[in-house]
Design a protein around this ligand. Sequence first.
Ligand SMILES: [Mg+2]
Length: 141
Amino acid sequence: MIQQKPEKLDQTWFLDIDGTIFKNKSNLELDRIIKKDKYKSYLSEELLEGVKAWFQKLSPKDIVIFVTAREKRHSAHTEKALRKFGIKYKQIIYGINAGPRVLINDIKPADSNPMNRDIETAFSVNLKRDAGFNKVPVCFL
Ligand SMILES: [Mg+2]
């Protein structure tokens, strides 16, 4: 019998923005910066250490969705900054709570996936604020 090589399952990443990929800023700070620097405000964003390299290592089939407490009024500023740094993503969900983020998903049974084993599908990483991405893996399977 020919054993089929297990295929990797594509991942979806839900990433915070402030203190995680960009140096932390509050909505009030963003308001002040945008008022002062207008359309050039996005230039004030600082990409944290290891973030660019992490995105470069990510599988092109993986999906990134940003989830952020930044208000929707900061979307032009935020998206220009992401473009400036060449950060690729599928969607941004603005205006969520700044408190804990909880992901719930079912375990994929062995007979339903190419890896032939039960696969846990919910993971989390807590990062020290503004510490960067150097310790974040690009695969959880
Ligand atoms: Mg944050």
